[in-house]
Design a protein around this ligand. Structure first.
Ligand code: AMP
Ligand code: MG
Length: 409
């Protein structure tokens, strides 16, 4: 089977995954979702001119020749509508956020004043210009200003902006419900002891965590034996209840790789040998319209395959634009030789990336690079991308795909 170039495999996967239908949610449920449409301001924020300081609202002209003494004709707290006007020679005691009363055109901060004991007069110790310590209506947002565009991530700050406009609900792309199942007769879960030939199912907890960390809702579809009926039942259930299904194992060339048999019967799958190492085998397709990712069984391969194919696709389904959907790739200096042999594949080396004193990333191997050695993958915070060839010498610059979560510093 000819090797499929990475870009071709990735483009095929991305093109087959549709963006989910938007939903309207309360702001409290919108954190980290992608906005589904445009939101524009329909009012001014702040809604009225108000004081930026605790102090006295004055007519700036009255402070010419300060120190001057003004008559205090009222007090305004935040939240109160002004009932008094500031006439010539007068002032109103005012708190931060209170509306500026008619007549006043500046606020003198309390630190620049001395009030009489009875509170009826205030001495202002310096001149203030018109507009001092005032926050104007609309100087944050005006009607028609764009607040959100489709694909914008609802960060805490953006939720705050919506709240400042009185918006209670927002249209977002939902979390994808992503089912994860493991396949293989050799796999057992605690508390069952390991019998000869058996191993632990490490992929399912790992993939469930990767799915959740990608911003999806992770659905545990369990551990399924290498049995046609059981696999058929599991995939039927998965595609009926989830927006996408991620499975690991059973997609390579072994005698008991029944995932292939079953998925070929149920759906429209493409079986690929991608020109990468690790994670060469990839099955991807749709079953009843639901994307199914058949990732390789080796623990490192399943993680790398998830990073290269499933994560970008799932994040696009959730409306994130490419810059947000994809892991960032940065140039990084090889801190040690990252050797490899030409084999027609792009290699993804598990590395630890750290920021050097020169402001450039440096990478060094995170440990054993075989596809069953999860320890190095666990220690890594990046994948160094080595194009086909001899690899990198010390000091060469390579692309590093930052995986997030680790200590990149
Ligand atoms: P397969 O593609 O099913 O032949 O699996 C390839 C290798 O990955 C074998 O060594 C499997 O035992 C191993 N493997 C498959 N699934 C898992 C899993 N869920 N957890 C840990 N190892 C697995
Ligand atoms: Mg298997």
């Amino acid at each position: 089977m000819p090797l499929v170039p990475l870009d071709e495999a990735r483009d095929h996967v991305l093109a087959s995954c549709q963006v989910l239908e938007p939903v309207t949610v309360a702001l409290a449920g919108a954190l980290d979702r992608a906005a589904a449409g445009l939101v524009t301001a329909d009012a001014c924020v702040p809604p009225f001119d108000n004081s930026a300081m605790d102090g006295f609202a004055v007519r700036s002209g009255d402070t010419v020749g300060a120190p001057v003494t003004l008559e205090v004709v009222g007090t305004l707290a935040a939240g109160q509508a002004p009932e008094v006007e500031v006439g010539p020679g007068q002032a109103v005691r005012i708190m931060t956020g209170a509306p500026v009363p008619a007549g006043a055109d500046a606020v003198v901060m309390v630190e620049r004043t001395v009030a009489s004991d009875d509170g009826r007069r205030v001495e202002v110790d310096g001149e203030v210009a018109a507009g001092t310590a005032l926050r104007r209506a609309g100087d944050d947002l005006r009607p028609g200003d764009g607040v959100l565009a489709a694909g914008d991530v609802l960060t805490p700050g953006r939720l705050g902006v919506l709240a400042s406009l009185g918006v209670a609900e927002v249209a977002v792309f939902p979390r994808a419900r992503v089912g994860v199942l493991s396949t293989g007769d050799e796999l057992v879960e605690p508390p069952a002891p390991l019998r000869p030939g058996q191993i632990r199912d490490s992929n399912r907890p790992t993939l469930l965590a990767l799915v959740a960390a990608a911003g999806c809702e992770a659905v545990d579809l369990g551990l399924v034996a290498d049995d046609e009926a059981a696999l058929t039942e599991a995939f039927h259930h998965g595609v009926a209840t989830c927006d996408a299904v991620v499975t690991s194992g059973g997609v390579s060339m072994g005698d008991f790789d029944l995932v292939k048999v079953v998925l070929d019967r149920l759906g429209d799958m493409r079986w690929m040998q991608v020109a990468i190492k690790p994670a060469k085998p990839l099955a991807f397709g749709t079953v009843g319209g639901t994307p199914v990712f058949g990732l390789p069984g080796n623990p490192v391969s399943s993680m790398v395959s998830f990073e290269l194919f499933a994560r970008p696709a799932l994040r696009r389904m959730m409306g994130f634009p490419p810059a947000v959907a994809d892991r960032p790739a940065v140039p990084a200096v090889a801190g040690e030789a990252l050797r490899r042999r030409p084999d027609g594949k792009t290699h993804f080396v598990r590395v630890i990336a750290s920021m050097g004193d020169d402001g450039r990333y440096r990478v060094r191997s995170a440990g054993g690079q075989a596809s069953h050695q999860l320890g190095a993958m666990a220690a890594a915070n990046a994948l160094a991308v080595l194009p086909d060839g001899e690899g990198a010498q010390v000091g060469d610059v390579v692309d590093a795909m930052l995986l997030g979560g680790g200590a990149v510093g």
